[in-house]
Unconditional design. Sequence first.
Length: 469
Amino acid sequence: MATRTTGEHAIAGPTAKSGMTLAVLLVAGFTYGLSSVMVIPALGEIGQRFGVSTGTSSWALTINLLGGTVITPIFARLADRYGRRSMLLVVMGALAIGSAICVAAPSFAALLAGRCLQSAGAAVFPIGFGIISATQPPGRVRLGIGLLSAMTGLGGVGLPLAGVLVGLGGLTALFLPALVLATLTVLGVLAAVPAEPPSSAPVRMDWAGAALLAVALVLMLIGIDRGPEWGWGSIPVLSFLVAGTVAMSAWVRLQHNVPSPLVNMRVFLTRPVLMSNLSAFFIGFGMYAGYVLIPQLVVNPVHAGSGFGWSVTAGGLVLLPAMVLMPLGVQLATRLARRSGPRSLLIASIAIMLVAFCWLAAWRHSPLDLAGASVLLGLGVGAAYAVLPNVIAESVPPADLGVATGINQIVRAVGGAFGTAVSATVLTATAGAQGQPTPAGYTIVFTMLAAGTSLAGLTAGGLTGNQTR
C-alpha cells in the first residue's frame, strides 16, 4: 500500500475507507460551521436569559471567532508533532464538551466558556486539509479540500435552524445539534480516519507569538464589536483599534525573528498566499454580512418600509437554496479548475457574488428577489471556497500547509466580523424615527458590500494563471 508524506508524517495512501474518511471530515467541518453561527439569531434571547445587554451578548459570537483564530495555528503545529488524527479527536472532543456546557450553562460566564471550547473546532480545517491530501485519490484531493472549505458557509443553515430550535426548546435546544454531531464525529474519526505515528522530530511552539496574537485580536475585535454602539470615531474605539494594530505589528516582527514562528511569514507573504488571503478577507466581508442582512429583510416589519414581516424561521429559509447550492459551486469550480487557472476561476466566482449584491442594492421588491440573490451568493461563495484553499495548498511546502490554510480561514472570519459591524453601523446611522432600518440604509449597505466584493476581485487579479508548489 502506498504512503504519502505530509509534513513529518507518513500516512497510508488511498484505501477502501477514503470515501468514509472524507465524509467524516465534511461532517466535522459542517459541525463547526453550524456551531459558530447558530447564536447569531439568538443574541437577543441570550441577553434576556442571562440579564446582559445586547452588546455584551454579542461576545457569545465574538469569543468563538477569537478562540478559533488563536487555536487554529497552535493545533496545526501540534498536529505535526502528535498526528492529525489525534489532534482531530482533541478538537472535536472540545467542541462536544463546549456544546454540553452551553446546553447546561447556568450563567453567561459559563456560556462564554462553552463557546470558547467550541472554537477549537476551527482547527478542523487545517488538520482536515492535511488528512485529505494524504488519504484521498489524486483526482479527489481538490474536490475534497474545496468541499471541506465550503462547510463553513454551508453551516449557515444554522441561521434558520436556530429560530426553529429556540422557538421549540429555548436556548437549551440551540446547542444540541452541535453536541450530537460533534459526538458522532468523534466516533467517526475513531472508525474511519487512519492513524499515523507521532513525529520523532521536535516541534517548538511559539507560545509568546500565540499570546501576542491573542492580545492583538482581542483589542481589534473589541474595537470592531463596539464600533456600531460607541461610534467609530470615539476615543475608546479608536484606542482599541490602534492598540490592536500596534500589537499586530509587534506580532509580525516577532514572527520574523523567532526560530520556530507560529506563522511562517516568508510563506505568508508570497504572492499567491498573500493575494488569496486578501481575497478571503473581502469575500468574508460580504458573505457574512449578506447572511445576516437577507433574513433580516424578510423579518423586518412591513411598516418600516424595508421588510416583509415574516417569521424568523421564514427569514432563515430564504437562505436555504444558497446553502443547498453551495456544494454545487464547489463541484463546478473543481471541474473547471482543470481547464483554467485559479485566477480566472476566482474572479468569475467573485463576479457572481458581485451580481448578487448589486441585485440586492437595486431590487428588493419581494422575498423571491432575496432568494434569487442568495442563490447567486451561495454559488459564488462555494466556487470561491473551492479555489482559495487549493491555491494555498499548491503554493506552500507540505510542512506549512496546515497553518497556511488555517490562516486563510481566520482572515475570512475576521473580514466577516468587520463587514457585519460596518453594516450595523450604517443601518443604525440611517435608521428612521422609530429606530427601524430604512430602505435607503439597506441600499447603501449592499452597495458597500458590492464595493468590498469588487476589492476581492482586484486582489484575485494578483494571482498568476497557474500556481504550483
